[in-house]
Design a protein around this ligand. Structure first.
Ligand code: ADP
Length: 461
């Protein structure tokens, strides 16, 4: 009984129903029965706790293995994405290098010959290579966008210069088709100094204006741009490209901005085109914080529009590059200046050498980075043009070595390379280069860049 009394507290606490039991009034048999019941209950609870612990351990194991699987999957995805990027960079390099040779040689012979028939034939090679380069660029762009590797640059520019460039690239084709091409943008808007990616903005404009000219047989193509208010240093530009062309049927309109889609696949043969232009434009516009769309009436014309949010530069120092021959300016101002050309590929070396000599420059050539470093230890150059991928030392390593030695610490070094992506440019600048020209390099662009850097590094007089 004493024992019953002693345990009564415990049993009444540990029992599931907490009602006070009159334990003291039980006889031994009843107590035993009760104690056994309690025992069974405790055992059940222990078992339940054990099962729970087992479940918990199992769960932890499952979570651990899932985490491991996820990490593996993540690593595999990252490796695949790196492989894709490397592939794209290699592809870009492999495609651009021969294009540079073809286009460079063609333009070099064109500059040298007066033979009318030869000029006509070379003109055809030039036209075809430009077309091919355009397709290559589109395919690389869409692949980079899909691999999420497309980044925009941040540079100072004036909207006017993008529009002038657009005009110079499209006016001839519009005139050939008898179309009136207007770029209807106010002086105030043209004068806006902006920070953003002028090349990509120009690419969207060129694509939409090019399409407008392509799909219009008579009438006009008009490009408009309106700038919104400047809020917190940002300005939203709204562009519209209006044409009086064939228009687009309702059901085709939404599909157009998807890669590889054309309004009517049967038109491909008639008009050509990859069907990538609008998809690329859409993604670029999104990267610029904008929207893109089209209003159109079939048979009457279309208006493609897009917006872009860009930073407005209050204290802009953007100099307009002179439109007239940079080549002549170089001859006038820098005749016989000594420059170093570093290029391992023989045809590309010959092309660049020809262009540099046309400007009256004295050129030393190096076939790889090692040779470049050796030459730069003996001679101070007015400028160095540097390829990136080369045997022995690559362009980055060679630049670092040249910057570390004394003679050419201040010399402008310009990358001239088939590694033409924004991050390649960044790598060049980080290594101590001053600028970056993507191959194929148009002669005029090379001359302008040369002139700009030769002027900047000219010793004060
Ligand atoms: P591409 O012109 O290389 O085929 P795009 O993506 O630039 O590729 O254009 C996709 C399609 O949209 C074109 O094939 C054409 O059917 C239609 N399109 C684009 N712009 C216009 C326009 N201004 N007028 C009529 N149709 C157009």
């Amino acid at each position: 009984r004493a024992m019953i009394a002693e345990f009564s507290g415990f049993f009444s606490r540990s029992a599931d129903d907490q009602t006070e039991m009159p334990l003291a009034s039980l006889d031994i048999a009843e107590f035993r029965e009760l104690a056994e019941g309690a025992n069974r209950m405790i055992t059940r609870r222990r078992k339940a706790e054990e099962t729970l612990r087992e479940y918990q351990e199992q769960l932890e194991k499952i979570v651990e293995s899932r985490t491991r699987d996820l990490n593996l999957a993540k690593e595999a995805a990252e490796a695949a994405s790196r492989a894709k990027s490397t592939f794209l960079a290699n592809m870009s390099h492999e495609l651009r290098t021969p294009m540079n040779a073809i286009m460079g040689m063609t333009s070099m012979i064109l500059r040298q010959t007066g033979d009318r028939q030869l000029r006509e034939q070379l003109g055809k090679i030039e036209g075809a290579s430009k077309h091919l380069l355009h397709v290559i660029n589109d395919i690389l762009d869409i692949s980079r966008i899909e691999a999420e590797r497309m980044k925009l640059e941040e540079t100072d520019f004036r909207l006017g210069s993008v529009l002038e460039n657009l005009h110079s690239l499209t006016a001839q084709r519009a005139a050939e088709k008898g179309l009136a091409l207007h770029i209807d943008v106010s002086e105030a808007t043209r004068g806006l100094s902006l920070i953003g990616d002028p090349l990509r903005l120009g690419q969207v404009l060129l694509n939409l204006t090019g399409n407008a000219i392509k799909f219009t047989h008579a009438g006009h193509v008009t490009v408009r741009c309106q700038a919104g208010e400047i809020i917190d240093g940002n300005v939203t530009l709204r562009f519209a490209i209006e044409d009086s062309g064939i228009g687009i049927a309702d059901e085709a309109r939404q599909r157009l901005f998807t890669a590889f889609e054309q309004a009517d696949n049967s038109m491909t043969r008639k008009y050509g085109g990859s069907g990538l232009g609008l998809a690329i434009s859409k993604r670029l516009v999104h990267l610029m914080g904008g929207e893109i769309g089209v209003d159109s009436v079939a048979g009457q014309g279309s208006t493609f529009w897009f917006t872009a949010r860009l930073r407005h530069d209050d204290d802009a120092r953007v100099a307009d590059t002179p439109g007239s021959s940079a080549e002549l300016q170089i001859i006038r101002e820098f005749l016989a200046s000594r420059v170093l050309l570093v290029e391992d590929e023989p045809i590309n070396r010959e092309v660049a050498l020809g262009l540099l000599e046309d400007c009256g420059l004295c050129v030393d050539t190096a076939e790889d980075g090692g040779e470049a470093v050796a030459l730069a230890q003996r001679e101070t150059y007015a400028l160095i043009l540097m390829d990136m991928q080369m045997p022995t030392l690559n362009g980055i390593e060679a630049t670092r070595a040249i910057r570390a030695a004394s003679l050419n610490r201040e010399t402008p070094i310009i990358a001239m390379t088939a590694n033409a992506f924004a991050e390649d440019r960044l790598r060049c600048l980080e290594a101590g280069m001053n600028d970056h020209l993507g191959k194929p390099v148009a002669p005029e662009r090379l001359f302008e860049t040369l002139l700009q850097w030769l002027r900047q590094s000219r010793p004060a007089q």
